[in-house]
Design a protein around this ligand. Structure first.
Ligand code: DO4
Ligand code: MG
Length: 269
């Protein structure tokens, strides 16, 4: 079942139809799946809706260099600054790279604008499997994230990472959350297409099986010494990076699709 946040509350979508799921702080419930199941077949929702970003009071965190493709990209972009070795080492280290990405007010949802920094010249979207995690560290479900990034800024110096990653319009999440206690199958694909005018400027895909680390280990590290009373959303890293000569432009349309979850679509402001 997929959970959507809308202007008129939460809606759960199943093969039986759409139903209202009442309540606040739904996404922090340890038993979210059974709570939602109890509303399937109840109060039907008829009509169209525009999904809002599926977030309440969670912080958004992100993992980095979890795919070989990301390691190569990071090493390439930081070659001249001597930072490449850092990324090679973090790829094989036991401790993953985890960084703070966004507070809820900085998250945009489907159909909303993402942004590129005015002081950056090399900007890319990063399509990422994104986890909804409960306050106790249980993985409640899966959604889609776009970790917008400025490659020239992070490449200039690894210490500039927060500026490359955290700015207005840098974090898109949605459209809904696949709520399930089943793990995602390793064959699950994440695809991206960037349209510029009538043309595809870039398209690529990867599968969960290409990821070096597993979701559980990332969550365990994140929750080691940090409490999340409202739960957390964790972007789990990108395995798709456009070629080095590619940079985003204003007006580009970014569509990120995950089988069984949906498509997160945003335009670059
Ligand atoms: O280390 C830089 C960030 C990498 C990242 O965001 C990713 O691999 O997705
Ligand atoms: Mg990323």
């Amino acid at each position: 079942m997929i959970l959507y946040r809308t202007a008129s509350g939460w809606i759960v979508s199943t093969n039986k139809g759409l139903f209202h799921a009442p309540g606040a702080s739904l996404t922090t419930m340890e038993d979210l799946e059974s709570y939602l199941s109890s509303y399937v077949g109840g109060d039907p929702y008829d009509g169209n809706f525009t999904p809002l970003p599926p977030i309440e009071n969670q912080e958004v965190w992100a993992a980095g260099v979890t795919y070989s493709r990301s390691r190569t990209a990071r090493m390439d972009e930081s070659q001249s600054s001597g930072g490449g070795d850092f990324y090679d080492r973090v790829y094989t280290a036991e401790r993953p790279e985890l960084f703070f990405k966004a507070v809820p007010r900085r998250v945009v949802g489907p159909g909303q604008k993402v942004r590129i920094r005015a002081d950056a010249k090399w900007n890319v979207p990063e399509p990422e499997f994104t986890l909804l995690i409960s306050p106790r560290g249980k993985i409640l479900g899966y959604t889609i994230g776009n970790d917008m990034s400025s490659r020239d800024i992070e490449g200039e110096n690894p210490l500039y990472l927060p500026q490359a990653k955290v700015y207005d319009g840098s974090c898109a999440i949605g459209p809904g959350i696949l709520v399930t206690s089943e793990p995602l199958s390793p064959g699950t694909r994440i695809q991206i297409e960037i349209r510029r005018g009538a043309k595809t400027a870039f398209a690529g895909a990867t599968a969960l099986s290409e990821m070096k680390r597993d979701f559980r280990t990332l969550v365990d590290y994140l929750y080691r010494e940090t409490s999340f009373p409202d739960g957390c959303l964790l972007m789990t890293g990108t395995g798709v990076v456009p070629p080095d000569e590619f940079t985003l432009d204003h007006g580009d349309e970014i569509s990120i699709t995950v089988d069984g979850i949906g498509t997160l679509q945003n335009t670059v402001e």
